[in-house]
Design a protein around this ligand. Structure first.
Ligand SMILES: [Zn+2]
Length: 255
């Protein structure tokens, strides 16, 4: 069985003591592919180092995360632009808007998001969208632009059936992670009616660990727990879930 963790921050300091073991353990357990979204200029080096160590398994994205959009965002965006010109990246990510923690830079977040969409279109790359308390704002930002030909994922999707339908209609995929395993998660009912061909799996490590590790450090190996839960919800074999979601991930990210 081959699984793909389409969103994992294995380069963060939560893994400083055992990073290589964590990655090797995931590979040994069938998580063959781990896709690494960037955060900002401080995370790039560690991310690229890990991808260099595991060139058949770890693949980098390049982007400026919305919670890192601050006073210096123009410098940060210039670096993203330069990296996309010179480096090899599978996507522009993670990008988007986060109005949960702080609305101070809402205007700048939108500008950074739209600018990075333009970069994705220029380089013919998919995007990995971070959306938190900002579904309407994300949609509005995208509707203002000509995004034809653009694809990607709404990472950590936890929205409604209507929102899922709209995202799929745009040619985007739903990134499903540990939240699906949480007790009383409404996501289960939403996902039940959605064709597997629109879904990819993720952990968002080290955050959002699935049950029974909820609240602890998440790692890519646990994407298997998300796959198990999805198989249960959709009444399918976990092998089929693993295979189809990996096919979907390859289709989007072309790794
Ligand atoms: Zn993330």
């Amino acid at each position: 069985m081959t699984l793909t963790d389409t969103h994992t921050h294995l380069y963060l300091d939560a893994f400083d003591d055992d990073r290589n073991e964590v990655v090797q353990n995931a590979i040994d357990k069938g998580i063959k592919y781990m896709l690494l979204p960037n955060i900002d200029s401080t995370s790039r080096k560690g991310m690229l180092k890990l991808c260099k160590q595991f060139p058949d398994n770890c693949f980098p994205m390049m982007g400026l995360h919305p919670t890192s959009v601050k006073e210096n965002y123009k410098e940060e965006l210039a670096l993203v632009e330069k990296e996309l010109e010179t480096g090899k990246y599978i996507a522009v990510g993670e990008i988007g808007m986060d109005l949960y923690w702080d609305k101070t830079f809402q205007k700048e977040q939108k500008e950074a998001f739209q600018q990075q969409i333009r970069l994705a279109l220029k380089h013919d790359l998919p995007i990995a969208i971070h959306q938190r308390d900002s579904y309407e704002e994300i949609m509005e930002a995208m509707e203002e632009m000509d995004t034809s030909g653009l694809t990607g994922v709404f990472h950590c999707f936890t929205g409604t059936r209507e929102q899922a339908g709209k995202i799929i209609g745009m040619g985007f995929f739903l990134g499903i992670g540990g939240v699906l395993t949480f007790k009383n998660s409404k996501l289960e009912q939403v996902i039940k009616g959605i064709d597997l061909k629109h879904i990819i799996l993720e952990t968002d490590s080290p955050f959002l660990a699935p049950v029974p590790y909820r609240g602890k450090r998440n790692e890519s190996t646990y994407v298997r727990l998300v796959a198990n839960k999805l198989a249960e919800v959709k009444e399918m074999d976990v092998e089929e879930v693993a295979e189809q979601t990996t096919i979907n991930a390859k289709k989007i990210f072309n790794f």
